[in-house]
Design a protein around this ligand. Structure first.
Ligand code: PSU
Ligand code: MN
Length: 306
């Protein structure tokens, strides 16, 4: 099976930019379909793309539309992904084959997006938060496929760390084992998504886009197989109030357990719980940080072309 047999369409603007060695930033689509509420999700998806453009790069949102992998979406395709009536499947790497074979619509997670971006020749990817090791994973084995995909995919991912719905310490240990490089952007603390500081440190720090770009370039030169995570914290002014955060988190974890939520439904359940229980305060933090990440990823991609 060659790559030509994959139904993969690269948007002309993305294709042309890649061909001349220009700056392209991949964006995931699970955040649109399963991470943000409708109809705000479609508005935010367009804003994220605009932030990539403002940073000087071309956005390539990745998703599966009717069994075709799309790298770069039209506004109409973004609408399809954001519409709860579209029957959009959350697609991790393991789901790529089945969703393509069935001709369905799919929104790609960090795992599947990284895989496809790399296949298309894109080296930079912006998102909100990564998946990781869930609390209680000792018993449930619930660890996101994002981790193992990042271990074998040479791409630079800009994110705001991982949410405290996860076991942050265990996630950092697994990233270390898997050979994934974690770098703080302007910080020595690993960001906690809704909060600037997760309470855990990072081994490496950069303060400019050029320094971040150099790490990816050297990783490629030495053929290290894993991803580079550039973790940018939300500002302390924009972060979620600590007391509110801790209360909603405790209640959300208990609610997920008593509702017997398992597998791929766990993360969307907890994200929705936060948005509902904080009266959308968590949503505003989420939107702020993903826009900032899109802009930074673009700046890193531009710096790498110089
Ligand atoms: N974490 C977030 N927001 C998200 C996700 C994770 O803070 O939207 C999404 C991403 O698409 C991520 C996926 O790749 O959830 C991980 O899902 P799981 O935990 O089921 O692997
Ligand atoms: Mn899981």
């Amino acid at each position: 099976m060659s790559i030509d047999q994959v139904r993969l369409e690269i948007h002309p603007e993305v294709k042309e930019t890649l061909a001349r060695g220009g700056a392209v930033v991949a964006l995931e689509s699970t955040i649109i379909s399963h991470g943000l509420p409708s109809p705000r999700n479609v508005v935010v998806a367009a804003q994220i793309e605009q932030n990539v453009r403002d940073g000087g790069a071309i956005p390539a949102t990745i998703a599966i539309i009717g069994g075709v992998v799309k790298v770069g979406l039209s506004p109409a395709e973004l609408e399809i992904l954001g519409d709860p009536a579209s029957d959009v499947v959350k697609v991790s790497t393991r789901d790529l084959g089945p969703v393509l074979a069935a001709g369905k619509n799919g929104a790609t997670t960090v795992s599947a997006t990284s895989h496809i971006a790399h296949l298309a020749g894109i080296k930079y990817f912006a998102t909100g938060g990564l998946g990781g090791v869930h609390r209680g994973a000792q018993e449930t084995y619930d660890e996101s496929a994002d981790l193992v995909t990042l271990a074998r995919t040479p791409i630079t991912v800009v994110c705001a760390g991982v949410k405290s719905i996860l076991d942050v310490a265990a996630t950092l240990e697994r990233l270390e084992t898997l050979g994934v490089t974690v770098v703080g952007f302007g910080t020595d603390a690993f960001p906690g998504f809704y909060r600037a500081d997760s309470g855990y440190g990072v081994t490496w720090r950069v303060d400019t886009a050029a320094q971040a770009a150099a790490i990816g370039t050297q990783r490629d030169a030495i053929r290290a197989p894993g991803a580079v995570i550039i973790a940018q914290p939300v500002s302390e002014a924009d972060q979620l109030d600590l007391e509110l955060h801790d209360r909603v988190l405790t209640q959300g974890l208990a609610a997920a357990t008593s509702a017997h939520i398992v597998g791929k439904d766990v993360t969307p359940f907890l994200l929705d719980w936060f948005h509902t229980q904080t009266n959308d305060q968590s949503l505003e933090v989420n939107v702020t940080l993903i826009n900032a990440n899109a802009r930074l990823a673009a700046q890193i991609a531009v710096a790498a072309t110089k």
